[in-house]
Design a protein around this ligand. Structure first.
Ligand SMILES: Nc1ncnc2c1ncn2[C@@H]1O[C@H](COP(=O)(O)OP(=O)(O)OP(=O)(O)O)[C@@H](O)[C@H]1O
Ligand SMILES: [Mg+2]
Length: 287
C-alpha cells in the first residue's frame, strides 16, 4: 500500500482535495443508478471504487467526466465546478479510460496517443492546412511525447502497430497512454486489468504506482480485490448506487457489509471458519 506522497507533491498538504463530488445522483427513468454520492480524491491519492455488477461505478465515472449530466449534485475539480462537457473536463485536467475499450482501431498506437495530446496544442484548422512552422513544431513535439508515453506504459515497440492488432492487455495500456497525453492531474481507470493475465495485472499495478509518482491522483474501478487492496490508499464501496463503506483497504475488506455484498450470507459456516476479509477476485467481470 502507498502512503507517501510523490516527490512532486512533497510539501503539499496531503489533505488538499483535487476532486470533490457532493450529492451526485443519476437517474435513468425509474432507476436510480447513482444515489446521493459524496466522494473526494486527495492530491497524489490512489482511490479504489468497488462494488458488485450494476452498483453504479461506471455511471458515477460518467457523471464525473461530463459524459452524463448528473440529475443532481455537483463536481468540483481543482476548486472549480465542472461543467458536464467531456471536452472541458479533459481540458480542466481529468482523463479516463473506458470499461469497454474505446480506441481508434484503424490508427496506429502512436496516432492514438497523439490524438490525446491535441487538446493541449494550439494549431487551428488554418495552420494545420498550410502546415506552417508552428504546426510542424507542435506535431514534432506531440510525436515525441507520444513515443515517450508508449515507452512509459511498456508498449514502445508497438508504436507503429494498428490499435486493433494489439493484444487486449496492450490496448488497455494504450488507452492509459492516450489519457496521459492529455496531461491530466487526475486519471480515472475503469477496470484497467479486465481481461489481463496475472503477470499483466502485476505490471498494471506497477504502472499505476508510477503514474501516481508522476504526481497524479488516480481513481480505479476494479473487481480484482487483491489488486485493489494492495494498490489503493483508500477504497470506496458502492452498492445499489449508494456509498456502502469507505476507508482504508484494511477497514473495507473486513467490513461485514462488504463481505456480504460480495460473497452473500450463504449457509451458516461452522464456528471459526468465517471469512476474515475478501481476497482474490471479488466479483464477476463484464466481457
Ligand atoms: N445509459 C443507461 N440507461 C439506463 N440504465 C443504465 C444506463 N447506464 C447504466 N444503467 C444502469 O445503471 C445501473 C448501474 O450501471 P453501471 O454500469 O454504472 O454499473 P457498474 O457498477 O459499472 O457495473 P459493472 O461492474 O458491471 O461494470 C445498472 O442497473 C445499469 O443497467
Ligand atoms: Mg462498470
Amino acid at each position: 500500500m502507498t502512503t507517501e506522497l510523490a516527490p512532486q507533491l512533497r510539501g503539499v498538504d496531503p489533505d488538499l482535495q483535487i476532486l470533490t463530488a457532493q450529492g451526485v445522483s443519476m437517474r435513468f427513468g425509474g432507476l436510480v443508478a447513482v444515489d446521493q454520492v459524496d466522494f473526494s480524491v486527495g492530491l497524489g491519492e490512489i482511490v479504489g471504487l468497488i462494488g458488485p455488477n450494476g452498483a453504479g461505478k461506471t455511471t458515477f465515472f460518467n457523471c464525473l467526466t461530463g459524459l452524463y449530466q448528473p440529475t443532481s449534485g455537483q463536481v468540483v475539480f481543482q476548486g472549480a465546478v465542472l461543467p458536464p462537457k467531456p471536452r472541458r473536463v479533459v481540458k480542466a485536467g481529468m482523463a479516463r479510460t473506458f470499461q469497454n475499450i474505446r480506441l481508434f482501431a484503424n490508427m496506429t498506437a502512436l496516432e492514438n496517443v497523439m490524438v490525446g495530446r491535441y487538446c493541449r496544442t494550439s494549431s487551428g484548422p488554418f495552420t494545420s492546412i498550410i502546415r506552417g512552422w508552428k504546426f510542424r513544431r507542435e506535431e514534432r513535439e506531440t510525436k515525441e511525447m507520444a513515443n515517450q508515453l508508449l515507452d512509459f506504459v511498456g508498449i514502445g515497440s508497438s508504436a507503429d502497430h494498428l490499435a486493433r492488432n494489439l493484444s487486449y492487455g496492450d490496448q488497455r495500456r494504450l488507452e492509459i497512454a492516450r489519457a496521459l497525453a492529455t496531461e491530466p492531474k487526475l486519471i480515472l481507470l475503469d477496470e484497467p486489468t479486465a481481461g489481463m493475465n496475472p503477470q499483466e495485472t502485476r505490471q498494471a499495478e506497477e504502472l499505476i504506482l508510477r503514474i501516481r509518482d508522476l504526481g497524479l491522483a488516480v481513481v480505479v474501478i476494479e473487481h480484482d480485490m487483491r489488486f485493489i487492496f494492495s494498490l489503493c490508499d483508500r477504497v470506496v464501496c458502492l452498492m445499489q448506487g449508494k456509498v456502502l463503506v469507505e476507508g482504508t483497504p484494511e477497514v473495507v475488506q473486513s467490513d461485514p457489509q462488504v463481505i456480504e455484498a460480495y460473497i452473500g450470507t450463504g449457509p451458516a459456516e461452522p464456528e471459526g471458519t468465517e471469512p476474515d476479509g475478501i481476497v482474490g477476485d471479488g466479483g464477476p467481470r463484464n466481457a
